[in-house]
Structures are given as structure tokens and as C-alpha cells.
Design a protein around this ligand. Structure first.
Ligand SMILES: *[C@@H]1O[C@H](CO)[C@@H](O)[C@H](O)[C@H]1NC(C)=O
Ligand SMILES: *[C@@H]1O[C@H](CO)[C@@H](O)[C@H](O)[C@H]1NC(C)=O
Length: 302
């Protein structure tokens, strides 16, 4: 298509783009339709290749647009704030200095960057950071450093109560997390101050067999998945709660790669529940390379 237009432009100038190609002086005698016919008429694979490319591009645009507008299209991530619920003492803990931004949220924020144990990949030290701050709060909300609050009208209390529901104090869960296409995610989660949590954190730290150096995985997430999988059903039911919606506090931007496209086709529901959409509480740039660019994109709403 563009080849035909270029040809015209060369002889006629930009102002007459719509003039018919056939018969105009100097242009090739082949109309775009004939050209197209010649190009792929006797070679169906060319037609198929172009058709597949267009189809792929169209499905990418549709997927990206739908996921980015999931909330406007009726997705519900949180149940909203119920003022009758007691206010909880919650701290956000992370290995990043986000205080400037988080000051607005009204919750304590602790940068635990000084606690990192150099004998393991840094990600493991989130366990130490939580252990340090948990005694001073009802709950600690752990945030990986590549995350960002994107909607300050959503409170941590409303997020927690959405998951806890009507549970009485004795039935409160101790660990609240989300699930993505890979299973439980250790990037963003809540831990309650309790004896069970103390034991669980210590057991998690003790899973030294999972430690990995030099790969994209550090092993702490795999250790967490393993521990939860191994819990007796009753213990797991009592102490671990998975948010039905990942987008409640752990949304990932959906980016086109062959892998993400394949995953989307395999489990569209998981992406619908977890893709970052305008209005979400937080975004987690899990596994993305150009994080800075993403932060700018998201803050600008593009
Ligand atoms: C963790 O390991 C330490 C040292 O090996 C041990 O003393 C402790 O009992 C272990 N704790 C748990 C909960 O596994
Ligand atoms: C933030 O969340 C609230 C509650 O879900 C929603 O009403 C509001 O539109 C969101 N803000 C933005 C800027 O999207």
C-alpha cells in the first residue's frame, strides 16, 4: 500500500494524494489494487503473512486497550471503604525511599534498605525487614521496590477489609497475598502481627535450599510458594488468604511480548484480574526492564 502512495508522492507532490494513480503523468501504470494482486496473487503465503500480521496487531491493540480500561469496563478490585470498621495500624515497608510520595497516604512508611543481608540476593531480606517492623504494628504491608501507589483515595484499611470480610478477630488471617499466572507473588503482601506469622517468617527465612544467585530468580518467591503448598489444608484455610482480585493491591502493566500474549491466551481471567488499569491502587512493575519509562507512562496516564 505505502509503496503505491510513495510513487505518487514522488511525482505529484503531497497536495494531490487522492488523485487517481492511473493515468497521472509519470506514475507507474499499475493501480494499487493491481499491484497488490500481483504481489500476492500467485503467492498465497504472502497474503496469509500480511493477514496474520494485521490480525496480531489488531488483537494486541484490543487486548491492551481492554486491560488498561478494565475498571471502566466494570472490573471491581476492592469492596470500598466501610467506616464502621476499626482503623488498623499498618506500616508499608520496602527497600526504596518513597516517603515523599507516601506521606500523603497517612500510613507509616519504612525504608529497610539498611537491613539487607549480603549473603543472599537482596530480595530475601524482605523477611528481615518485616520481622523488624511487625512488632510495632497490627499489619505490615511489604512492597517490592519496583511498585508505586497510583491511587491515593484508596486506603490500606479498605484493601485489608476487602480481603478479610466479616471475619471476627480470632479468625483473622495472618498472610494476605495475590496470585498471578505463576501462582503466589511475594512482591506485595500483608503480614499480621501474630505468633503464627513469627513462625512462618522464620521458616521462610530458613528455606536456604531455594537461594539462587545470578539468575533472574532469587528463590524467595519459590520458597514462599513451596511453604504455602505444603501447609496442611486447615492451617492454610485459617492463616492464608488470597485476594480474589490481584488488582486489589498488586496490578501488573500488561506489555506485549510473545510470552505475555501466549499467557493471555492461556489464562485470560488471570490477566483480567491482575492487569493494571486506570484507577487501580498500586502498580507493580514485576519483570519489566524499562521501569523508569513505565513509571512516567503510568503517572502521565498514557
Ligand atoms: C530456623 O533455623 C534456625 C537455625 O538453624 C533454628 O534454630 C530454628 O529453629 C529454625 N526455625 C524454624 C521455624 O524453622
Ligand atoms: C481511585 O479509586 C477510587 C475508588 O475505587 C475511584 O472512585 C477513583 O476513580 C480512583 N481515582 C482515579 C484517579 O482513578
Amino acid at each position: 500500500m505505502s509503496a503505491g502512495r510513495e510513487g505518487k508522492k514522488g511525482t505529484q507532490g503531497a497536495g494531490q494524494r487522492d488523485a487517481p494513480a492511473v493515468g497521472s503523468p509519470g506514475s507507474s501504470k499499475v493501480s494499487p489494487r493491481r499491484w497488490w494482486w500481483r504481489w500476492c496473487g500467485r503467492r498465497p503465503w504472502r497474503f496469509l503473512a500480511v493477514f496474520a500480521a494485521v490480525l496480531l496487531l489488531a488483537s494486541y491493540l484490543v487486548c491492551a486497550a481492554v486491560l488498561r480500561r478494565a475498571n471502566a469496563l466494570g472490573r471491581r478490585c476492592s469492596a470500598g471503604w466501610n467506616p464502621a470498621r476499626p482503623r488498623l495500624r499498618i506500616a508499608m515497608v520496602s527497600f526504596s525511599d518513597e516517603r515523599g510520595v507516601l506521606g500523603r497516604s497517612g500510613y507509616d512508611f519504612h525504608d529497610a534498605g539498611d537491613i539487607v543481608d549480603r549473603r543472599r540476593p537482596p530480595s530475601w531480606s524482605k523477611i528481615l525487614a518485616i520481622q523488624r517492623h511487625l512488632p510495632d504494628y497490627d499489619w505490615v504491608f511489604w512492597n517490592d521496590a519496583d511498585s508505586l501507589v497510583t491511587n491515593f483515595s484508596i486506603t490500606l484499611d479498605s484493601v485489608l477489609w476487602t480481603v478479610i470480610g466479616d471475619a471476627k478477630f480470632d479468625d483473622l488471617p495472618d498472610l494476605i497475598l495475590t496470585e498471578d499466572f505463576n501462582g503466589f507473588n511475594a512482591g506485595m503482601f500483608f503480614v499480621r502481627r501474630s505468633r503464627w506469622s513469627d513462625g512462618f517468617l522464620q521458616t521462610w527465612w530458613n528455606q536456604t535450599d531455594f537461594i539462587r544467585f545470578g539468575s533472574t530468580k532469587s528463590g524467595d518467591n519459590d520458597a514462599l510458594k513451596y511453604l504455602i503448598r505444603e501447609l496442611p489444608a486447615e492451617e492454610r484455610r485459617r492463616h492464608v488468604r488470597v485476594s480474589p482480585m490481584q488488582c486489589l493491591f498488586n496490578s501488573y502493566p500488561w506489555v506485549f511480548t510473545w510470552k505475555s500474549f501466549y499467557r493471555l491466551l492461556r489464562s485470560p481471567g488471570s490477566f483480567w484480574r491482575g492487569a493494571y488499569s486506570d484507577g487501580d491502587f498500586m502498580v507493580h512493575l514485576a519483570g519489566l526492564d524499562d521501569k523508569r519509562e513505565w513509571v512516567t507512562k503510568i503517572l502521565n496516564g498514557t
